[in-house]
Design a binder for this molecule. Structure first.
Ligand code: LLP
Length: 431
């Protein structure tokens, strides 16, 4: 459930009509609902009451400091994958003792940042990284808590670009080599082994791969303990999928039941790293129709939002529900044949010079006209986070709503702003 509903005929974020925000900030813009973020965080916290976990929100899903702060205020920790995300988590007030740092290519500088911040643990993904981390820790005269991320060789059944737990993927250390790698790590100065981690992918709608991966992790942890390693913490990663177009998605409590089945009665401290399941439905992208174009074979609804604002459809073929902000009059979406005749089948596209700049194809939509406001749903995760400046477009504003108030939490970053960071080379300037 989210808090983007029609109220008095206008789609609203909590108690604020999206059209009011559009008036104030222009389009396109991202809009986040505090109540939805809170609801989703609470759903996880409630679901895991019987099998306690540290919820480390995956900052990559939506790194806006207002989002991270809203969650931190509820007790969330953070899963970060870069020095930038670490900085954001700390700026937003996340307790460093609840921050885990993942990623296959952390630089020495980033590792040093993590050590300086005294975070909970670094999830190490390779032996060269272990060596680098050991060196950095020694140079600082300190020790760092480490979990090795193991690759459990499990197919999460999700899009190939966001599958991470298969043997051929670049992530983690092959689980069959864990015994050997932990033995090496245990001898390295500055490294204090505290746990193991997995993350098998994202937008996972079937719980079976989680169960299989967690059973494998549990067996591995028992083996590592038998080897004499002090495995006290297991990081289960993120990846719980959500509904974009009415798909059946497991709830946090379905997921918690699997975690409980596998780890109930064991004495590990557990960490989970949900991103999408918390932020996805807490955000929408609001856009205005620029033109309706009658093409040779179809009708195009051309929005002022584009693939640079929301990459997911062009990158993963993802389909986000798209709706008008003004509620369609009753019957416009009716299923009966007469009505269907009058309902347009359209492609919703952006203005960018690529055919891939298409949000959705061949959808039924109530009549829309140039100037209408449209909303692209479920854009709170991996939306603004992945935006680019392609075609010299802007990074669009981000707005957060709470009750009947809204606040711009990131201003539009436009070409004027970017041009202040560009310059001509001296050989041209001098001429
Ligand atoms: N932990 C780690 C180590 C991760 O790599 C990820 C996501 C997460 C947690 C959070 O996963 P989530 O709960 O959000 O599924 N851009 C893609 C998704 C990429 C996910 C990358 N890793 C998309 O838009 O679908």
């Amino acid at each position: 459930m989210d808090h983007f509903q029609y109220k008095d005929g206008r789609l609203s974020a909590e108690d604020v009509p999206l059209s009011d925000i559009a008036e104030a900030v222009g389009t396109p813009f991202y809009c986040y609902s505090t109540a939805t973020l809170e609801r989703h965080y609470h759903a996880f916290a409630e679901a895991f009451r019987k099998i306690p976990v540290t919820i480390c929100y995956a900052v990559k899903a939506n790194p806006n400091i207002s989002v991270v702060r809203t969650l931190a205020d509820l007790g969330a920790g953070a899963d970060v994958v870069s020095g930038g995300e670490l900085k954001r988590a700390l700026t937003a007030g996340v307790d460093p003792a609840r921050i885990v740092f993942s990623g296959i290519g952390k630089t020495r500088d980033e590792l040093a940042q993590a050590l300086d911040a005294r975070i909970l643990q670094v999830n190490v993904e390779s032996e060269p990284e272990l060596e680098a981390l050991s060196e950095v820790a020694v140079s600082k005269g300190t020790e760092v808590a480490v979990a090795v991320r193991v690759n459990p060789d499990i197919d999460a059944g999700t899009h190939e670009k966001i599958t991470t737990g298969k043997r051929e993927n670049k992530f983690g250390i092959e689980w069959t080599r864990a015994h050997e790698v932990y033995a090496r790590a245990a001898k390295m100065p500055g490294i204090r082994i505290e746990g193991a981690a997995v993350h098998i992918g994202s937008q996972i709608l079937d719980l079976t791969p989680f169960r299989t991966a967690y059973l494998r992790l549990r067996d591995l942890a028992a083996m590592l303990r038998a080897d004499g390693h002090d495995i006290k913490r297991l990081d289960l990663g993120g990846g719980l999928g959500i509904s974009y177009e009415g798909e059946l998605a497991p709830s946090p409590s379905d997921y918690a039941a699997v975690v409980g089945d596998v780890f109930g009665g064991h004495d590990y401290d557990l960490v989970i790293e949900p991103g999408r399941a918390i932020a996805g439905n807490a955000g929408v992208l609001v856009s205005r129709v620029t033109y309706i174009k009658e093409g040779a074979t179809r009708r195009f609804v051309i929005l002022d939002a584009a693939m640079n604002d929301l990459m997911r459809p062009s990158l993963y073929g993802a389909r986000h529900a798209i709706e008008p902000v003004v509620e369609p009059v009753t019957g416009e979406m009716a299923e009966d044949a007469d009505m269907l005749e009058q309902i347009d089948l359209v492609d919703v596209v952006g203005p960018i010079c690529e055919t891939g700049d298409t949000f959705t194809r061949g959808v039924r939509m109530p009549p829309v006209a140039a100037g209408d406001l449209m909303v692209i749903r479920t854009a709170g995760a991996y939306g603004a986070a992945m935006a680019s400046l392609y075609n010299s477009r802007s990074l669009v504003p981000e707005v957060m709503v709470r009750g009947n108030r809204f606040s711009v939490v990131r201003e539009r970053i436009d070409t004027d702003d970017i041009l202040t960071h560009e310059s001509l080379p001296i050989w041209i300037e001098d001429s």
